[in-house]
Design a protein around this ligand. Structure first.
Ligand code: AMP
Ligand code: GLY
Length: 419
């Protein structure tokens, strides 16, 4: 099996994917679209405007296409590529609705008895007000559709919840993504990102990771796309894996197949490990970012047969082997997540052992300087025998980064390092 690969996207996730593919003796050429300044050091990057252009390039390259971000999935790129007879790792638009409609997915989970936070979906401001009139305590307000990881507002009380609903529904901050809004009970506990590669029937677990969603230390500040990650997750056990396989992932996969929208790609459940047991908070139709950086650093097997297997319906039966620990520390541009301030120049020196510097959205200017595209920009990803050493290595790298206005959390993986 020799295969070329076209990786769609330009985040940390795609940078990690490119590096992982390049380590495989089974993979020939690796091309990224659009990629970023970091990926461009290691692989060819091209601009692609739409699914038709992606199909033409994939045919030219005779490449397996791996679609990283939710945008192209929700826009039906995988459908188009498959209809042209190409091999694609990534779900159809209909299967990706698992991520792109939180309201429909909540209803699906309720139908299948998947443990999830209790919630009400409301179609209007008036309905939201009626529900919140009877609400007490904190409320989580969620836009139904895609909002780049920012469509979830944690409100301390019903009044703040009302303000959040107004901002979404009246302020049109998220456009049509907030035509429906979910009002959800606020759960507490550590979070766990469970990701599996699937061909629509079988699944293989990637190492479980913990994402740090909030902007500031101690889990304060607004939700972001993720400010860091660590793995393997301290709470991942064979029992949890079995429970998730049999009670959660397989029923969801079977239901999607039954509905005529089989899921091929990476299926990701965001869990909260509450005192009453695990609850599924969200589904993503793709690898998490930055979770992918950590998960792929932990895997010691060649992933190429799994990506091909997910695409052609023949996922290998063997579970993936992994070793050690990995930590990713994200550096974001000033203003994130509210505003995006592109243009800050970023530099860093030679990297230490076991560390890679992943890029997201960076560009190289004509004068050779690399600048941030705004938002999350760099991630120092370190591997080591244990999380404490990986953490120390990752932060040692962060200390050497020059990046005006950069925002970085100081407590990524801190709770993994006490023993
Ligand atoms: P979601 O996009 O639904 O995963 O939400 C993003 C983040 O918001 C999650 O990773 C949690 O940190 C937080 N969150 C979402 N739903 C809840 C909930 N019901 N209770 C507490 N935190 C939540
Ligand atoms: N880091 C969370 C996500 O990729 O959705």
């Amino acid at each position: 099996m020799a295969v070329n690969a076209l990786v769609v996207g330009g985040g940390f996730r795609e940078h990690a994917l490119v590096r992982s593919l390049q380590r495989s003796p089974l993979v020939g050429r690796v091309v990224a679209a659009p990629g970023n300044a970091g990926i461009a050091e290691e692989a060819e990057c091209v601009a692609l405007s739409d699914a038709a252009a992606a199909a033409a390039l994939a045919r030219d390259l005779d490449a397996l296409v791996l679609i990283g971000p939710e945008g192209p999935l929700a826009a039906g790129w995988a459908d188009h590529l498959r209809s042209e007879g190409l091999l694609v790792c990534g779900p159809s638009r209909a299967a990706a609705r698992l991520e792109s409609s939180k309201a429909d997915t909540k209803a699906l989970m309720q139908r299948l008895g998947v443990p999830t936070a209790r919630s009400v979906t409301v179609p209007s401001l008036a309905d939201a007000d009626r529900v919140l009139d009877r609400w007490s305590g904190p409320v989580v307000v969620k836009a139904d559709g895609l909002a780049a990881g920012k469509g979830v507002i944690m409100a301390d009380d019903p009044a703040a919840g009302r303000a959040a609903v107004r901002q979404m529904m009246e302020g049109r901050r998220f456009g049509a993504a907030a035509d429906r809004v979910l009002l959800e009970e606020c759960l507490e506990g550590p979070e766990l990102s469970a990701m599996a590669i699937t061909d629509g029937r079988r699944l293989t677990w990637l190492p479980a990771t913990q994402d740090y969603k909030r902007l500031a230390d101690g889990g304060q500040g607004p939700n972001t796309g993720g400010m860091g990650a660590v793995g393997p997750h301290a709470l991942w056990t064979p029992t949890l894996a079995d429970w998730l396989s049999y009670q959660v992932f397989e029923p969801i996969l079977a239901e999607l197949a039954r509905e005529g929208r089989p899921f091929q790609g990476v299926l990701y459940a965001g869990l909260m490990m509450t005192p009453d047991g695990p609850r599924v908070l969200e589904w993503n139709a793709r690898l998490g970012d930055p979770e992918a950086a950590v998960a792929l650093a932990l895997v010691t097997d060649d992933l190429a047969p799994y990506w091909v297997g997910a695409a052609n319906g023949e996922l290998p039966h063997r579970p993936l082997a992994s070793a050690g620990a990995a930590v990713a520390v994200v550096m974001a541009a000033a203003g994130y997540p509210e505003r995006s301030e592109p243009g800050a120049p970023v530099t860093y020196g030679p990297l230490g052992d076991g560390v890679v510097m992943l890029h997201a959205g960076t560009r190289r200017l004509a004068d050779g300087r690399v600048v941030s595209g705004g938002g999350r920009t760099l991630a120092a990803v370190a591997s080591a025998a244990d999380a404490a050493q990986a953490r120390q290595r990752a932060y040692a790298e962060v200390a050497g980064v020059q990046f005006p206005g950069m925002m970085v959390r100081a407590d990524i993986a801190a709770e993994y390092c006490h023993s």
